[in-house]
Every structure is written in structure tokens, then in C-alpha cells.
Ligand binder design. Structure first.
Ligand code: NDP
Length: 289
């Protein structure tokens, strides 16, 4: 019986996931801690359960889309007996170890468990750019894959339930730090009266072009071979010093750039000036380096 699905949590994400399931013909039951958030959904034929117990009883598959790790325990601990024998797909954002803890909790209570990390905003769910990363019970992933693919690409990373969250946060942190770097650059030129929108017209192709070197950099990171005949750390140090000086001159907060500069300085000081600046990766993996 893969037609009946219960969704717990009607934030914007829970609403989007529920709505997509209903559109494809699933029998969807929803529950939210605070009632009154299901108005748009009941118009689609979705049933709002009066209690969490009713919501769990309605379907063999339960999808949780709550706030955080604590909220999953707050909501589900009192209903663990009702959940036993049903499948739980948890799309609530948690750290890898929190996901592993939930998987152990589920296993101890005979609840097949799949963890997911959503790489999309609610409006993207079901669209071409949506993807959700999964890890945990492969049997759950395999059985429900057609349903999972209704929300977007459904990528599976392995039985370790922490892996989806790990990949999710690795990708998210890459995005956040890249955006923050863009804000730093925009702040530099803003002192000369350049609007961020104008900076963006040059920053986007510049970033896109530079990002094409990521696979080449990754090869060095994996092999630990940081030899280069192009831009070595001595060169990067001179550039980093000048950029840092520019931030100070422009009155821009230099803290984020300073972190990068300090890593470059450290690797040069440790005698690696002739190697590629990609070498600072070693200091992210091991802060003592
Ligand atoms: P919201 O903050 O809009 O909704 C949170 C939901 O959790 C609400 O339904 C809230 O219920 C419920 N909740 C919070 N605490 C408890 C609790 N102690 N017991 C029971 N229910 C509780 O979040 P979203 O819908 O935006 O996101 C849901 C999850 O999806 C989060 O983990 C988020 O990180 C993740 N996600 C969201 C994305 C987004 O763009 N929105 C993108 C990727 C992942 P109530 O209404 O009663 O407060």
C-alpha cells in the first residue's frame, strides 16, 4: 500500500510536499501541532487529522517535516507504539549525528527509517531544480522511490543515515560561503558608489568561469599533490595581502577575507610557497595544519 501517506508538519515545506503528493493521486493525511494551517490543502482533498495519533494511524508511510531534531522527538516519542511497523521518512533538517540518533531510535522501535535533506525551497518542490538527498534504509528508498521522485531528484547516499545530512550541509555551506564572498566583493565596490546589481553583472560570469576549475582543484585535493606551475602560494600571498589592504582602505569588514589570508600566510610560513593555494584545503580538514 503505497498510496496512503501522512505528512507531519505544515510549515511551507510540509505544505508543498503534501500538495505535490495529492496532485499525483496519493491519499494524503496531514497533521500540524498548531491547527489551522491546512486550509489550502483540504481544498485539494487532503485530510487534516485532528490528532497526531489519527494522522499516524491513517497511513503506512509517515513523512516528518518538522523544525529540528528536538521537535521530531517532542512530537513522535509519545506515539512510538503507533509508529511501530510503519515507515518513517524524516525530512526535518538535523545534523548527521542527530539523524543517526533518530535512526537508532527508529530501529529500536521497529520503524524502518529513511533520512532526507531537502535541496530546494518550498516553491521548487516538484520542479526540475528540486532535489532531495536520502540515506538510511535502502529498502525504504527503493520501495518509495517513485513517490520520492514526485518531489524532485531523489538521490541515495547509503545506509549510514547521517550521510544525507552531511552532503546537504556540505553543499549548503559551500553556497553560503560563496554568497558571503560575493557580499564582501560588493561591499568593496560599494564604497565607490557601485550598486550591488552592477557588481553582479561582472561577478556572476567571473564566478561561473572560476567555478569551472573546481574538478581540477578536487583532483589535487584528493591526491594531496599541490604542485603547480601557474599560481603558487607566493603569488597568492601577494594578492591576498593587497586585497586585505584594499578592504581596510575601503572600510569594509575584513574578517572573512582575513581568515583566507591567514591560511595562505601559514602555508607560506610552513615552507609551501611554491605549491598551489589549493593546499589550504589541508587546514580545513585538519585545523592544526
Ligand atoms: P517552518 O518553520 O515553516 O515549520 C516548522 C514546522 O515544525 C511547523 O509545522 C511547526 O509547527 C513544527 N514544529 C516545530 N516545533 C515543533 C514541535 N516541538 N512539535 C511539533 N511540531 C513542531 O519550517 P519549514 O516548513 O520551512 O521547514 C521544515 C523543515 O524542512 C525544516 O527542518 C527545514 O530546515 C527543512 N527545509 C526547509 C527549507 C525551506 O526552504 N523552507 C529548505 C530545506 C529544508 P507549528 O505550526 O505548530 O509551529
Amino acid at each position: 500500500d503505497t498510496a496512503r501517506v501522512t505528512v507531519l508538519g505544515l510549515g511551507l515545506m510540509g505544505q508543498a510536499l503534501s500538495s505535490t503528493l495529492a496532485e499525483s493521486g496519493h491519499t494524503v493525511t496531514v497533521w500540524n501541532r498548531t491547527p489551522g494551517k491546512a486550509a489550502g490543502l483540504t481544498e485539494q482533498g487532503i485530510t487534516e487529522a485532528a490528532t497526531l495519533g489519527e494522522a499516524i494511524a491513517a497511513s503506512p508511510l509517515v513523512v516528518a517535516v518538522l523544525l529540528d531534531h528536538d521537535s521530531v522527538h517532542d512530537a513522535l516519542d509519545p506515539y512510538v507504539e503507533a509508529l511501530s511497523g510503519r515507515t518513517l521518512i524524516n525530512l526535518t533538517s538535523t545534523s548527521p549525528n542527530q539523524a543517526r540518533e533518530l535512526a537508532r531510535w527508529a530501529a529500536a522501535n521497529d520503524i524502518p527509517y529513511l533520512d532526507g535533506g531537502i535541496m530546494a525551497s518550498p516553491d521548487m518542490i516538484g520542479g526540475p531544480d528540486s532535489s532531495i538527498l536520502y540515506s538510511g534504509a535502502e529498502s525504504v528508498y527503493a520501495k518509495h522511490r517513485p513517490l520520492l521522485e514526485l518531489w524532485g531528484e531523489a538521490a541515495y547516499f547509503g545506509e549510514d543515515p547521517g550521510l544525507a545530512s552531511l552532503w546537504d550541509f556540505a553543499l549548503l555551506s559551500t553556497m553560503y560561503l560563496t554568497f558571503a564572498a560575493f557580499y564582501h566583493g560588493a561591499a568593496l565596490v560599494s564604497g565607490a558608489g557601485v550598486p550591488a546589481a552592477e557588481f553582479a553583472t561582472r561577478a556572476l560570469p567571473w564566478l561561473t568561469g572560476s567555478a569551472a576549475t573546481i574538478p581540477l582543484q578536487a583532483a589535487g585535493m584528493d591526491s594531496g599533490d599541490y604542485t603547480t606551475d601557474v599560481q603558487h602560494l607566493h603569488f597568492t600571498k601577494a594578492a591576498a595581502d593587497a586585497i586585505h589592504q584594499t578592504a581596510v582602505e575601503q572600510g569594509v569588514n575584513p574578517a572573512m577575507f582575513e581568515h583566507f589570508k591567514n591560511l595562505v600566510d601559514r602555508h607560506v610560513a610552513n615552507g609551501h610557497g611554491a605549491e598551489s593555494f589549493v593546499r589550504i584545503f589541508e587546514s580545513f580538514k585538519n585545523p592544526a595544519q
